[in-house]
Design a protein around this ligand. Structure first.
Ligand SMILES: [Zn+2]
Length: 70
């Protein structure tokens, strides 16, 4: 008998169906060429302030609840 308990977690990455990106108002078009829809926020320019996409929070919480154990 071990004094340690094995705890296994899972990290899931998904692509949400939002009109805009997670932290700015740039269009979310995954099939367009890379760096097509960019702004100072998603480019990480100093002084730019991210704004959280409310729809992504809603969809993320729905997914978390769907996968949560009883
Ligand atoms: Zn952007």
């Amino acid at each position: 008998m071990s004094k340690y308990e094995v705890v296994i977690g899972m990290e899931v990455h998904t692509e949400l169906l939002t009109q805009t990106k997670q932290f700015c108002g740039c269009r979310n078009e995954p099939l367009d060429p890379p760096n097509t829809h960019v702004c100072p926020v998603c480019l990480g320019f100093p002084g730019s302030l991210p704004v959280l996409n409310a729809k992504s929070v809603d969809l993320s919480l729905r997914a978390a609840l769907a996968f949560a154990p009883n």
